[in-house]
Write a protein that binds this ligand. Structure first.
Ligand code: AMP
Ligand code: MG
Length: 443
């Protein structure tokens, strides 16, 4: 049975109430009650699951479109459309050896050297029966030549004459044009992340520019009167702003263009001004701290006043419960909890997949990898836990073991963490060996 309330007078201009609980009676003031009701509503939002939150984020994250970029500047960019080879690779039939271009035939032949084909400078003369052309690795095969004989298999018998020590099969030591890639063949697929190998293949296939996904412009705002810039001396009560550099680095590692980190004081007007400017200039705004229910947490009301639409606040996640996500026009807004590990975890679970999707990377919602727990883990009855783990592979697969204490302020256990292991909510302990899903950490 719940409490029931009866009215009575109050000196502080509210109507005093008596709240009767079964077996006891409490006299409280309704303004205090209201405050507590507000608070309890605020601290206990309807929590959605990590999977639901992620699906909601991804439903708002769309690829930003493509831009042409000089091929050599596309490292870590995402290809926006299939790339086909403009011509064959290699583009010419070339020698695989330093030696002589000859016709095919037996050993012991004496040949007259009639020219030279160097890399970049073809021979001027064709090769016919009885002649040869000196040739370097990568040089074009002269007309008439059927093979290349290695320098080591040839005896120079006089000025301009050679004797072949071995027989020469047709095609020996010749790299055929198009042997690697045919003209017109698809060499890279849309969605490919450009690494050094993709760069080399694209350029060899004739690309000058590549059409790649536009990079989202990201603003990172850190709220907190206690925050000081890196290295600044700390007056009493202050801490260094470690979230700013961390979140900016995480976003950069995802491929975003990150604006300089902004510090916001715990003040409503300052929060609104900072957020407003960030919403103007960015496609993703990441705010750290100030998103909870304390008297100095101004992010949510400021966002509401600026016209941002809440999609969710509160995920059944530990650490990282008070995470806010919403939109402002086409801009995605992530309000991440200030505790450093909560910020890293919520960035990884929610902002990272969104940035990937905006860049055009497929698979943001791909099925997760799994591992077995290396140790037993006490479960949280109401929330999924994200453990910082290192991974070890053996014959049975991956084992995930915590990197250290898991409290949300223990930054040092992010060191060496390769993934988050997601431990489902539940009672009791999840025994060692249980299967858990993994979220790789972009750390
Ligand atoms: P908040 O979410 O603002 O209530 O902050 C929760 C905790 O995280 C507090 O202990 C803050 O001091 C800490 N915190 C907030 N922002 C940062 C930051 N940028 N860098 C490091 N710690 C932070
Ligand atoms: Mg704060």
């Amino acid at each position: 049975m719940g409490p029931f309330i009866t009215g009575a007078g109050c000196a502080t201009r509210c109507s005093a109430v008596t709240q009767r609980f079964p077996g006891r009676e409490l006299r409280v003031h309704d303004h205090i009650l209201k405050h507590h009701r507000r608070q309890s509503r605020a601290v206990a939002p309807a929590l959605i699951t990590v999977a639901q939150a992620r699906a909601l984020v991804l439903s708002h994250a769309v690829a930003l479109g493509a831009e042409p970029v000089p091929a050599q500047d596309t490292l870590d960019r995402v290809l926006a459309r299939d790339l086909r080879a403009a011509g064959p690779v290699p583009p010419l039939a070339a020698s695989a050896m330093d030696g002589y271009a000859v016709s095919a035939g037996g050993a012991g032949r004496m040949l007259e050297v009639v020219g030279e084909s160097r890399a970049g400078t073809p021979a001027g003369t064709a090769v016919v029966a009885g002649t040869a052309a000196r040739i370097s690795t990568g040089a074009v095969i002269p007309d008439g030549a059927e093979a290349v004989i290695r320098q080591e298999d040839v005896e120079v018998v006089g000025a301009g004459r050679i004797k072949l020590r071995t027989p020469v099969a047709s095609g020996a030591n010749i790299r055929r044009a198009g042997e690697d890639i045919r003209a017109g063949a698809r060499v890279l697929r849309a969605g490919a992340l450009i690494g050094p190998a993709e760069l080399a293949v694209a350029v060899a296939a004739g690309a000058r520019q590549l059409l790649v996904g536009r990079r989202p412009i990201v603003s990172v705002l850190c709220t907190g009167d206690e925050l000081r810039a890196p290295g600044e001396p700390l007056p009493p009560g202050a801490i260094h702003n470690s979230n700013g550099p961390m979140l900016a680095a995480l976003a950069r590692r995802c491929g975003a263009l990150v604006e300089p980190v902004q510090l916001l004081r715990d003040d409503r007007a300052a929060t609104e001004t900072g957020l407003s400017a960030a919403l103007e200039r960015s496609e993703v705004v990441i705010v750290s701290g100030g998103v909870s229910v304390g008297p100095h947490d101004h992010v949510k009301p400021a966002l509401a006043d600026l016209g941002a639409q809440k999609v969710f606040w509160g995920v059944a996640l530990q650490p990282g419960k008070p995470v806010w996500f919403g939109t402002h026009g086409g801009t995605l807004v992530f309000g991440l909890p200030g505790n450093p590990v909560s910020a890293a975890v919520t960035f990884t679970l929610f902002a990272w997949p969104a940035l990937r999707a905006m860049l055009g990377l497929p698979g943001a919602d791909a099925p997760a990898q799994t591992a077995r727990l290396g140790v037993p883990v006490a479960r949280n009855p109401g929330r999924e836990q994200a453990l910082r783990v290192r991974l070890e592979r053996d014959a049975h697969g991956l084992t995930a073991s915590p990197t250290g204490p898991q409290a949300s302020h223990i930054l040092s256990s992010l060191l060496g963490a390769q993934a988050l292991a997601l431990v489902p909510a539940g009672e009791g302990e999840l025994p060692a060996g249980s299967e858990v899903s993994l979220q790789p950490l972009p750390l």
